[in-house]
Design a protein around this ligand. Sequence first.
Ligand SMILES: [Zn+2]
Length: 426
Amino acid sequence: MIKYIGLVFVCSFLLISCKSSEEFTGFSYDPPDVTNTKDKEITIQPKRIIGAGEPRVWVSNEFEGARLNDFYAVNDSMFEVFIEPENGPINNSPWYAFKVWSDTVRMAKIRIDYKDAEHRYVPKLLSRSSNDSRWKKQMELPAEYDSLTGTGTIEVLLAPEPIILSAQPLKTPSSLKDELKRRNILGREYVSIQEAGTSKMGRPIWELNITETSPGEKAPVLAIIGRQHPPEVTGYIASLLFLEELTSDTELAQKFRETFVIKAYPMINPDGVAMGHWRHNAGGIDLNRDWENFNQPETQVVRDALSPLADDDERKMFYGIDFHSTNENIFYPIDEEVETVPDNITQRWYKELLSENPDVVFNVEEFDTSSPIAKNWLYHTFGIDAVTYEVDDQIAPDTLEQVSRSAARSLMNILLDEWSKSTIEN
Ligand SMILES: [Zn+2]
């Protein structure tokens, strides 16, 4: 065991030393061969508890969403966790999540060291009081970043009661339904939830149907897709805030539901999230490069659920949003020159969003429709406009709430307006 740990340490050190500093220049880095979406091998992290140092400090990855590949004591006060991705090459989204505790109450430094990656996410600390079994106190714990080694080091108070350190707030597949209930999305008569299909490992992929349209009437459809990439939690939270607004009691939301049908798939990579992956599903594939080949069960599930709408007399696919996170707030719309029906919704929406949130930096970058991503599949299948909606990884929770709610409201207004225009024209 000690030999193995030593070997990992030496290897990781060599890998980091040999790595060119040019390797990770951008956050949207795509590795070679990313659009070949046939299964690739992944390394399963052994689930275990590891102790190191004297008196002992312990870590565990025995929970949903965890990622920790090794742990050892560097010296009396410094410990190192080693984090590896599910496979490679992969972009720099180094997810980590582990429990840590100590036999004695003490301060300790914990260095997070990554295989072929650099520290990116500010650690989130989750704790609980000893008389309560629920994890609830969440705070950020900024790490000291070492650009030479790519590691992040935090100083933290350890005690026999475990804490959880994670790259972003833990939002896992098994908590999705509770989260939807807590946010008052589930439990309303116009909201239904069903299993659209299952992931590679057999986890449910949930589909929400939200509508108050009258039967027999032709209704436009808003499609919402999310969490293709496990660490992109701010985008996931944005999608839940959208659903809160769309299901709320406001006059606007009610009018929207009386006109539109919302079909939402807020977590389409449940295996990747549960297994603590950096980007891929259990087949080792970036799902958002599989919307042409459809080699993976998760993209097949959403395709098979939405495709029939193309020939449905009572439904008309109208607009789609695919939620993600990156290092900035940014819309990736379909290029304005590409004609969609309705056309240039995202461009119109973007202007509204800027005027209603003047204090928030929000960017836009148009793309052609050639890449095999969800947004482009929506365009190629239904001829509609769609957007990749990216939320800043480091957005403050209250800003996230403000922007998401206001964006949802302005989108409802725009879509209602576009639908009434299209029905008058026809
Ligand atoms: Zn993403």
